[in-house]
Design a binder for this molecule. Sequence first.
Ligand code: FE
Ligand code: FE
Ligand code: FE
Length: 168
Amino acid sequence: MGLFSKDIKTMEDLHLHGLQDIYYAEQQILKSLDDMIDKATNRELTKAFKAHKGETETQIARLDQAFELLGQKAKGTSCPAIDGILKEAKSIAADISDKAVLDAALIAAAQAVEHYEITRYGTLIAWSQQIGSVAVARLLQISLKEEKVTDKKLNALAQAKVNAKAAQ
Ligand code: FE
Ligand code: FE
Ligand code: FE
């Protein structure tokens, strides 16, 4: 199924496709968080990644619930956008030898991921409300808030410590 495949006819179809997209994305993110936990040196950064790994697992469970509320089977559909963001993160990390610089790069990569999730959840919440799936909107709102808090936490960590250490 292509992104603009003709299988999508209605707003409900488009909404379901969006849910499948973020379902796939969250699963890819969960896998790459293990990698980022391994690579991070700053203890607070490792802690932040571990905490967000737990949240990501809960977010996937929330999406399972959303599919159930809609009477749909939970399944993912390929998301070339998140594949690209994660691929870029991996390749830049592989090119960095200094641990402090690597931490700065890991934060930047993780923030790119959070921003992708923020845009997707924001849209899905608006679409859920539009098609009358208020319960789904409420579930996704919790995940959106977690993504925003994570983005802010990473930002604070970069600005307060990690970037300065990387620049030493
Ligand atoms: Fe997430
Ligand atoms: Fe996508
Ligand atoms: Fe996230």
